[in-house]
Design a protein around this ligand. Structure first.
Ligand SMILES: Nc1nc2c(ncn2[C@@H]2O[C@H](COP(=O)(O)OP(=O)(O)OP(=O)(O)O)[C@@H](O)[C@H]2O)c(=O)[nH]1
Length: 328
């Protein structure tokens, strides 16, 4: 197995305060004390046709935030650079954010000048239901699933079209229902309802969703979704599933488990994204886990989270059979 093909390793957390000092969302003249050496954060904005991506970009570019922002447009049709690399991944490459994530999420040791910060998916509140329903008679999932599965933040845009006027009780229940649909696919995504993507940019930029050292953030994210569990064993959509283990785990066993799941594909499922925190035997440090996998088309699954040995997965099979989680 090449190094590149190796399963992801849990990363030891060093002195967190030290790490935070050297990390930033890009370089800002208004951020004294931030190292000029820190990589520039890259936020990937994705979403279905017409959902409001350009509207969001315009908002980001015109809002007063003191950050210096560059936009790279990846429009369909101009086969250059990153886009060509993604097209070569397969015919869904353009709308599936996985290809772009794999290009931007680089090993720290490569000392890249850019760093993947987070994936933001804009969805159209009016059409989301239709877009998700498209898969019913298909063997693969429409892009809408993948875009939500990879999202750290989902902007539920155009809520004005589903709740008229002041968004009374009927409107809010429609929004709650849509939020539920999104969380069924990806329970760890932060959902922000919006009109014309008018979202507080502090909630979008600099999230460090792929950071290996934001322990408190990751822990509270996972804790909030502790209740997510394998409720339905018959579900044909992409979804999230959680595992939780009380006792410290053996890192080697976790590696084998991940290998079976991600590389050997013993479950015959595709994994998109894993996040987690591990309490390892004989280690006085907690370990975090971040995985993003570029998968092919077809049945899909997403292992998402571990909280002290808790893992959640999004999956798409009529029944599932995860490798035994005896990590102790
Ligand atoms: N009613 C309503 N219209 C919106 C909202 N946000 C965006 N729009 C409109 O929706 C249309 C599509 O918005 P865009 O921002 O161009 O969407 P996009 O995702 O960039 O579109 P493509 O690049 O074609 O995929 C435009 O006419 C916007 O003005 C919203 O919250 N409510």
């Amino acid at each position: 197995m090449d190094d590149d093909d190796c399963p992801p390793l849990a990363v030891e957390i060093g002195d967190a305060s030290e790490i935070h000092r050297s990390e930033s969302y890009g370089r800002s003249e208004n951020s004294p004390g931030i190292s000029l050496e820190s990589p520039v954060g890259v936020t990937v904005i994705t979403g279905y046709l017409g959902a409001g991506k350009s509207t969001l970009v315009n908002h980001v570019l015109t809002a007063q935030h003191g950050k210096r922002i560059a936009v790279i447009l990846n429009e369909f049709g101009e086969e250059i650079g990153v886009e060509r690399a993604m097209i070569n991944e397969g015919d869904s490459g353009l709308a599936d954010p996985a290809g772009l994530i794999s290009i931007l999420w680089l090993d720290d040791q490569l000392e890249s000048s850019v760093k993947l910060d987070s994936v933001i998916t804009v969805v159209d509140a009016k059409n989301l239901r239709l877009q998700l329903d498209e898969h019913r008679n298909s063997t693969s999932f429409p892009e809408a699933f993948l875009q939500i599965a990879f999202a750290d933040v989902v902007i539920l845009n155009k809520v004005d079209l589903v709740c008229q006027e002041d968004c009374g009780s009927l409107g809010s229940s429609v929004i709650e229902d849509l939020e539920k649909k999104v969380h069924n696919i990806n329970s760890l995504a932060t959902i922000i309802p919006s009109v014309r993507c008018q979202v507080d940019l502090d909630k979008l930029l600099g999230r460090q969703a792929y950071g290996t050292n934001r322990l408190a953030h990751l822990e509270s994210l996972l804790e909030d979704h502790k209740s997510v569990s394998a409720k339905s064993r018959h579900d044909y959509t992409v979804r999230t599933l959680c595992f939780y283990e009380q006792e410290p785990v053996d890192l080697a066993k976790v590696h084998v488990w991940l290998e079976d799941l991600l590389w050997e594909k013993k479950t015959n499922m595709d994994i998109y994204r894993c996040k987690g925190i591990l309490n390892i035997h004989n280690s006085d440090q907690l370990h975090t886990l971040q995985v993003a996998v570029v998968s092919g088309l077809g049945q899909s699954i997403q292992v998402y989270a571990m909280l002290h040995q808790r893992i959640s997965c999004q999956f798409s099979l009529p029944s599932y059979n995860f490798p035994d989680t005896s990590w102790g």
